[in-house]
Structure formats: structure tokens, C-alpha cells
Design a protein around this ligand. Sequence first.
Ligand SMILES: *Cc1c(COP(=O)(O)O)cnc(C)c1O
Length: 454
Amino acid sequence: MESLRITLEQSEIPTHWYNVVADLPHPPPPPLGPDGKPVAAEQMGLIFPTAILEQEMSAERWIPIPDAVREVYRLWRPSPLIRARRLEELLGTPARIYYKYEGVSPAGSHKPNTAVPQAFYNRQAGIRRITTETGAGQWGCSMAFAGQMFGLDVRVYMVKISYQQKPFRRSMMQTWGAEVFASPSPMTQTGRDLLAKDPANQGSLGIAISEAVEEAASRPDTSYALGSVLNHVALHQTIIGQEAKAQFAKVGDWPDVVFAPCGGGSSFAGAAFPFLADNAAGGRQGRPTRLVAVEPTSCPTLTKGTYAYDFGDASGFTPLMKMYTLGHDFMPPGIHAGGLRYHGDSPLVSQLYHDGLIEAVAVSQLATFEAGVTFARAEGVIPAPESNHAIRAAIDEALRCKTNGEARTILVNLTGHGHFDMAAYDRYFAGELEDFEYPVEAIRDSLKRLPKVG
Ligand SMILES: *Cc1c(COP(=O)(O)O)cnc(C)c1O
């Protein structure tokens, strides 16, 4: 019988992460400080341990995964690659659809792939505490879990509106021993100033980042951790694509196209980057694997943004990074429930897109939930709303294959399960979600406030 679930032995967990910087056509533009000069390592050293900074700036192709990290990965890795046979039958497509299922991690998404090494390197550097921010709670949960694995205290600044509306992700973080504060909080100067002005401030990711960074910078025993965007995060996520390659090799198949959701870009990077090395050599099947980042039409960073230096956060607190951006104070419309709300994108993903080595597509909200429900009914797994973006694009591709009679192989990065996102599904079922066309005015407006560089 043909196997639906392609597994690897625990001994086959990759021993190295793949660093795409080694294979880029030109070196990545450096992050810049407020003076327009490259940020000094000492400055970043205030909030990140040396091992993480080295990875952030490394151009080495292969970076060894510490044994202690592989040991924790073994709790859920290698993650399964699953052939979505029932979905193929339902669509009547000649395409073969596979999904790499990252929802099997303790926190339910791909984010622990980087939270675990970040906790390890901090612990190794003698750090006792980690501060971080979280919006919907996926990253906070992953960091809380990883901190627990290495005996680190974790403090999470959670955007106040989510803190109130997503109580279960907060309970998960607390179960893993983290302290969770509704942001803006009275714990930091940033928070106190904002609360003095407006005690009802509902918070934002930018404010939460500012609070977490302020606390980390003010204490030598405390570091800050970020769950996407940065080079070291993309690096850690390459475990996904490397495992997928080994799994495809096992069944003698190979993807013609890879779809991954794209918010800050880490899960896309993780699934796609390992295939770029093969693409550079012409591809395994005599043609390159197409690598497609899928984003929402209401926050269309790659497809409608500008490639420019911009701040990583809304308050202009972080260094400037060269990336596709909608402007650092761009906010997607309130009706948008599908996640992937970040205004910018990973500088590495941005550079590859700018160079034409990867593709991007934007999909609209209702279509993503429709795809998620179709997928759940065919395959059983209820995907996270973010993952639904990749599933939408994969279904569209499978339907094109049906029209053209092409037996293509499709890989979907199914980044997480949706068990804690059922309120968003509820809104979809109740007809409360709308499609929101790309907000031309809002983007034009926020792009006017791009920082001037050079
Ligand atoms: C955070 C998250 C994403 C988006 O973040 P990236 O850094 O772009 O990967 C996608 N899927 C799930 C399930 C997430 O939790």
C-alpha cells in the first residue's frame, strides 16, 4: 500500500541548519542605525547573546545544530510529510499534493523550531531571563515552552486586545511557567508613559516589542527574542525544508512548487531556502522548484510593497532593515482575521524576491477560510488561519493542473493547527468576515513616512 505519511527516523533529524546567505548572488544589505550607518555589534549585544549575533551575520553555508537542541527537537521532529490523497480526490486533480505538518510541535506551530535554539544559546551565555512580545500568542507560547526546556524565566508582553480576547494562549504560556503582561503594561517606562496618556490603550505589536526590548536592554541577565523576520530565525526554520527534501527522496518524488504562508517570512524561508541550492544547480528534475510566498491581499507586503530601508516595528525603535514594506505604521483593516499582519518581511526573503529567485502571490480572506474548511473536511487537520493562505494557493494550483492535465507535485508548508483560532472560523461561519481589497490609500499614506536613508 502506498504510504500517506512519510516519516523519518529520529536519527535523520538534520545535523546542520542551511544558511542561504552563502548562496546569495550578492551580500545582504546591513541593518542601519538612526544615523544611517551599519549597526555596531556591541549595540545588538545589549539584547542578543553572541552566538545568536554570529548566526545573524554569518555567511557560512552549514551551521551545526547543537546536540541539546536536537534532543528537544526529538519531542516532535522529524515532522511528518503527508500526501493529501483525499484532497486530491475531492479536487479531481492529477497533481500530487503533500503537506509538511508543523502543527505536531508542543505549541502547535513551526515557531518552536527557532524558540528552542534561541533558549539554548541564551542559557549557554549565562542569561537567566528572556523577554519577548506576542500578538495572537503563537510566538509567546513557543518561547514559554522553549524557556521551560532550558530553565529560563520568560516574560511575555502580550498585546492587550489579544490578552483579553485570546485567554487560552495566555493560559498555555502560564502553564509553561511564563509571566504574561497585557501591553502596554506598568512594567516599563514605555508602558507607563502610554498608560498615563491613555489608560484604555489597547496595545499593538510595536508597543509590545518596545516594552520587551526596553526591559532586555536595561538588565544584563535578560535577553530579547524575536520569532520571525531576522536571519537567525530563518536559519533555524530550514530544518523544515531539509526534512521535506529527505522525505521526498524517500518516496522518489520531488516538488515542482512549494507554497508557504508569509507573515514575517520565517516559515516560508524554512520550507523554501533548502530548495534554492538545488535550483541554483538547475533543479532536481531539470527544472527549478518554484518557491511561492503566500500573503493576504489586506497586508500585501511583497506583492504591493516597496523594497526600502524601514523600521522593524511601528514605533521606530528597531534598526532599519532593507526589506519589502508597506510602511512601518501600516495597519491591516480591522476585519482581517487571518493573521500575517506584519508590515514588512524578512530581509533575506525580500532580497530573494527582489532578485527574482522566489515568487509571491496574495490571496483574499474568504478564499483562505474556504480552503481551510475544504482541507479540514478532506484531510482531518484543522489548519491555522495563516496556513490557510498556502492551502488556498495550493488548491488553486491543483485546479490549474486539472484544467491543463498536468501531474505536478505540490508541497504545502502547513505551519500550524487552528485549535486556538476557532473564533476566527466562527466569524467566517457567521458570515462576519469580508474580503478587503488592497488598501491603496492606507499604503500610499504610510509609505510617505518611510525613513530617509542615504
Ligand atoms: C506566526 C505564524 C505564521 C507566520 O509567520 P512567519 O514568520 O511568516 O512564518 C504562519 N503560520 C503560523 C501557524 C504561525 O503561527
